[in-house]
Design a binder for this molecule. Structure first.
Ligand SMILES: NC(=O)c1ccc[n+]([C@@H]2O[C@H](COP(=O)([O-])OP(=O)(O)OC[C@H]3O[C@@H](n4cnc5c(N)ncnc54)[C@H](OP(=O)(O)O)[C@@H]3O)[C@@H](O)[C@H]2O)c1
Length: 359
């Protein structure tokens, strides 16, 4: 960031028109307003559009060097390749970049930060870029971080149930289109009938997602793993500061518009009790415990969508290992899974700079 500030920082939202960007503008309008100018940036396709933020209509400008001039904090919610090209440009012009894409998460010179878990990592940012993890990692990491702080995490086995909005606008449009093709039919009773009805309209997914689940997210990596599975493993290790943590992930896409869910088997250093785990989860900032299965209480995407916290339920001790817990987690992939984490990081940076300006 340029010199320590005594005035309110100028904020840029790059990707303001996208799925994450839209939620970011809503969040910026709802949270404490610490900003001076808020500049909205997207591709040249969107230049001239007006979007509401803080109750005002603001015109979107195309992403150029000039659009980034004078920006103190730049939030990036754009595809990886766009962030890879433009985040260093913003940083070179004096902005601190908070990147929500996957472009810099693995870069050792870029801290990967979740405020509730490792806010201290923000301090070292040699490239002027700070990244947030992907939405699947963010759906579990706040709750896991709280359990790790007390019990010491030793191993994770995770399965995801990922909403289609995790694949952006194209993912949402694809599921809505497919649902319109299968609604009111008796499809789903014969091999291949859903696939034939949907045809080539699989959008960003490998298979039909309506009336289906798809055990694949991302691109192929070695030995049958997918890129998103490897990302969850590496991001979890980096945020928790456990570079050799054994982590096995299976990513699955489900026909949910928004809110990812995960089942987690977490093994710790010593024996754990469900009572203590529940106490930790019930008091951890950013976590809500919702765990009374006998009363039908556990988190589901339909209930948690649009909310900020990570919701945790089905807390059980592993039947065959007193050091392990089984959990079900659910959270809005566009809020804490993307836009909220980005906004929280921006607020920490703004507070840091204002404090330095006053000192
Ligand atoms: N969706 C999630 O749950 C989620 C969660 C965590 C992280 N992320 C990450 O967040 C980023 C945005 O995801 P999204 O789901 O919001 O995608 P999206 O809905 O497809 O929106 C993409 C945004 O990027 C802009 N953009 C595309 N190409 C551009 C270019 N050449 N120059 C400037 N702007 C450009 C688009 O502007 P136009 O409207 O003008 O095309 C739009 O504002 C991705 O890196 C994604 O991996 C997403």
């Amino acid at each position: 960031m340029r010199a320590a500030m005594t005035v309110r920082p100028t904020l840029a939202v790059v990707g303001a028109t996208g799925t994450v960007g839209t939620v970011l503008l809503r969040i910026l309008s709802q949270r404490a307003d610490v900003w001076g100018e808020i500049r909205l940036i997207a591709s040249p396709r969107s230049a001239g559009r007006k979007l509401a933020v803080r109750g005002e209509q603001v015109e979107v400008v195309a992403l150029t060097d000039e659009a980034l001039a004078g920006v103190d904090i730049a939030l990036f919610a754009v595809p990886d390749e766009v962030a890879a090209r433009w985040a260093p440009v913003a940083a070179a012009q004096g902005a601190v970049v908070v990147d929500g894409s996957g472009a810099f998460r693995a870069d050792p010179e870029v801290p990967l930060v979740v405020p509730e878990v490792n806010a201290h990592a923000l301090r070292r940012r040699p490239r002027g870029i700070v990244a947030g993890p992907g939405c699947t990692t963010l759906t579990m990491i706040v709750a896991l971080g709280a359990l790790h702080a007390e019990f010491g995490l030793r191993e994770l086995v995770v399965s995801s149930y990922q909403a289609v909005s995790g694949a952006g606008r194209a993912g949402v449009e694809t599921l809505r289109r497919q649902l319109s093709l299968v609604a009111g039919t008796e499809l789903g009773t014969a091999p291949g009938d859903v696939r034939r009805a949907v045809g080539d309209a699989t959008g960003p997914f490998t298979d039909p997602v309506a009336l289906n689940v798809v055990p694949w997210a991302g691109t192929p990596r070695e030995d049958g793993w997918s890129s998103q599975e490897m990302d969850v493993r590496e991001e979890t290790r980096k945020v928790l500061g456990l570079p050799r943590l054994p982590v096995a992930v299976t990513c699955v896409r489900v026909p949910v518009i928004t809110a990812h869910s995960l089942t987690v088997h977490a093994r710790f250093e010593d024996e754990v009790t469900v009572d203590r785990a529940r106490e930790i989860l019930a008091t951890a900032p950013g976590v809500v415990l919702c765990d009374d299965p006998a009363a039908g209480e556990f988190p589901t995407p339909a209930d948690v969508v649009g909310t900020d916290p990570t919701w945790v339920g089905r807390v059980r001790r592993a039947l065959d290992d007193p050091t392990a817990l089984e959990l079900f987690l659910s959270g809005d992939n566009l809020r804490k899974g993307a836009a909220l984490n980005t906004a929280q990081l921006a607020e920490l940076l703004a507070a840091e700079s204002l404090a330095a300006g006053r000192a």
